[in-house]
Design a protein around this ligand. Structure first.
Ligand code: OAD
Length: 244
């Protein structure tokens, strides 16, 4: 990387947390914690069995209580510190590893495990325990109306306006550890390319969207991402502050 970018958008997917022991969604057996994600994260599932869905996500919430970020998450903290407002981190992940690593403003476009959503008042509230039928919404006090704060299939992801604006303004887009199956995130590379940005994909393998990227770095995110971040920080130090 010879010239420092003016504005960077990074999109992360389940692959960035794999080295922390979090299973990816579309692994070799196609299962996610023993279930197909398409069977759990849908409106039909929620309407059919709200407490079954809550029980599944309660278990995941317990699972993420103790997991630790890895060098890939940590590299993105350094990138944020170096580039400040010229950097946006968008994650599809519902685990808290970017936050735990120290990223200040990760946009969790698919929601967060450690948050609940009230179907009555629409309030999102940080939450770390089990959601049970008798659990009252901290905002409106009603019971039997809390669901995981996870964007289900066919729901609009969070913060889309902010993300699209950043993609249209960036000159570097990096996608890390995402299979490119799920839209709209899988289409971000097209928006960035259209805006004239350089695009880099980091993954263990070829993905659905690999052909759309200008550059590909193959290997575990815990190694490839820190190396790329070191290049970007070096380029910025060499150029001075590209934001001025
Ligand atoms: P996937 O499970 O679909 O894809 C994970 C990707 O990470 C694959 O392309 C792997 O090759 C890659 N990968 C695995 N380990 C890696 C490593 N150590 N380093 C680099 N890459 C690695 O996960 P996502 O693309 O994130 O939605 O899935 C997108 C969405 O599908 C998720 O956000 C989820 C699910 O429906 C919701 O939860 C709403």
């Amino acid at each position: 990387m010879r010239q420092a970018p003016r504005s960077i958008v990074v999109l992360t997917g389940a692959g960035i947390s794999a080295e922390s022991g979090v299973p990816v969604f579309r692994g070799p057996d196609g299962l996610w914690h023993g279930r197909r994600v398409e069977d759990v994260a849908t409106h039909e599932a929620l309407e059919r069995d709200l407490w079954g869905v809550n029980a599944f996500f309660n278990e995941l919430r317990r699972f993420v209580a103790d997991i630790k970020p890895n060098p890939a998450h940590e590299a993105l903290v350094k990138l944020e510190q170096a580039y400040g407002n010229a950097f946006l981190l968008v994650t599809q992940n519902v685990d808290p590893l970017h936050d735990r690593a120290g990223s200040k403003h990760p946009l969790h476009m698919h929601g967060e495990l450690q948050s609940i959503l009230c179907e009555q008042c629409g309030q999102r509230t940080p939450f770390f325990g089990d959601v049970l039928p008798q659990t009252a919404c901290p905002a409106c006090g009603r019971t039997e109306c809390l669901r995981p704060d996870i964007v289900l299939f066919n729901e609009m992801p969070y913060a889309m306006d902010q993300i699209i604006d950043a993609l249209m303004a960036c000159d570097l887009f990096i996608a890390v550890g995402t299979s490119g199956f799920v839209y709209p995130a899988a289409g971000f590379v097209d928006i960035a390319t259209h805006a004239g940005a350089h695009t880099i994909e980091i993954n263990l393998a070829e993905t659905e969207r690999s052909p759309a990227f200008a550059e590909k770095r193959t290997g575990p995110a815990g190694q490839t991402l820190p190396a790329l971040v070191a290049e970007l920080i070096k380029a910025k130090e060499h150029d001075g502050d590209p934001r001025t």
